[in-house]
Write a protein that binds this ligand. Structure first.
Ligand code: F6R
Length: 243
């Protein structure tokens, strides 16, 4: 069941998304939060930081699990998702280091990927998973035709994703070709899911998603149709092809 909310702008989207996360946190101070990186959640994270600073919102009992990490770049590399999370969110909240989990992209990344879903289960599962949306409909780095039964695993990034993510790197050849990502099955295990997307580049994927009655392997986000509690927040541009 997808609950669709269309807002006017990226700012409205971030305000709404952050409110949903904060409300969850108010209900449960030991929230287990699934987090995404990329352009989309940046402003939402800024609103979380503002709220933390203004209202003393406490994250000391919160646990976070990130969706993914590139393979082959170090955690202190500016393009890694470890770096992104540290600088765009974690450094500004009072989370405990030991409660922060991100798939590894170097060293024993394979072994850690295999343990990742057990780690999530050991915290009683993710209460709210935040997702962005790839231009090709990916969630996490689960590209089209990925096996939906997979848990956290190594993925080969598609040309489309490499191109889309080249904006974060100096040159396209610097974009890693592989990543570790929570699988569709890991994502669907979350108790609640919040998918956010803005801008016209996401409009086609959004149109396809809302025209489907059941999942289509060509559009990984459509597996969300199998989940009972998904909120989708988009801006008008991402919704421009919806009738
Ligand atoms: C990031 C992730 C990806 C992004 C998606 C959209 O952790 O899992 O699925 O959410 O590629 O990226 P942006 O927000 O940069 O358009």
């Amino acid at each position: 069941m997808l609950n669709l909310i269309i807002v006017d702008s990226e700012v409205e989207l971030a305000k709404k998304a952050s409110k949903i996360i904060i409300n969850k946190l108010r209900q449960k101070n030991n929230l287990v939060l699934g987090l995404a990186t990329g352009q989309t959640p940046l402003l939402t994270y800024q609103y979380l930081i503002k709220d933390h600073q203004k209202n003393n919102r406490c994250y000391q009992n919160v646990t976070t699990f990130n969706l993914d990490e590139y393979i082959g770049i170090n955690e202190d590399n500016k393009c890694s998702y470890h770096y992104y999370m540290k600088h765009n969110l974690f450094d500004h909240l009072d989370l405990k280091k030991e409660n922060i989990f991100i798939p590894k992209g170097t060293n024993d990344y394979l072994q850690y990927a295999q343990e990742y879903d057990n780690l999530i289960a050991s915290k009683n599962g993710i209460d709210l998973q935040v997702l962005g949306l790839g231009v090709n409909g990916h969630i996490g780095f689960n590209e089209p035709y990925t096996n939906p039964k997979l848990k956290t695993h190594v993925v080969d990034l598609t040309e489309s994703t490499i191109k889309a993510n080249a904006r974060f790197f100096k040159k396209i050849s610097d974009v890693p070709k592989q990543a570790v990502s929570m699988g569709i099955s890991s994502i669907l295990n979350a108790k609640e899911i919040l998918l956010i997307a803005f801008g016209s580049t996401k409009a086609l994927a959004i149109k396809k998603l809302f025209n489907l009655l059941k999942p289509d392997p060509a559009l990984p986000c459509s597996y969300l149709l199998n989940h009972k509690k998904v909120t989708v927040i988009i801006d008008a541009k991402a919704g421009q092809l919806l009738k």
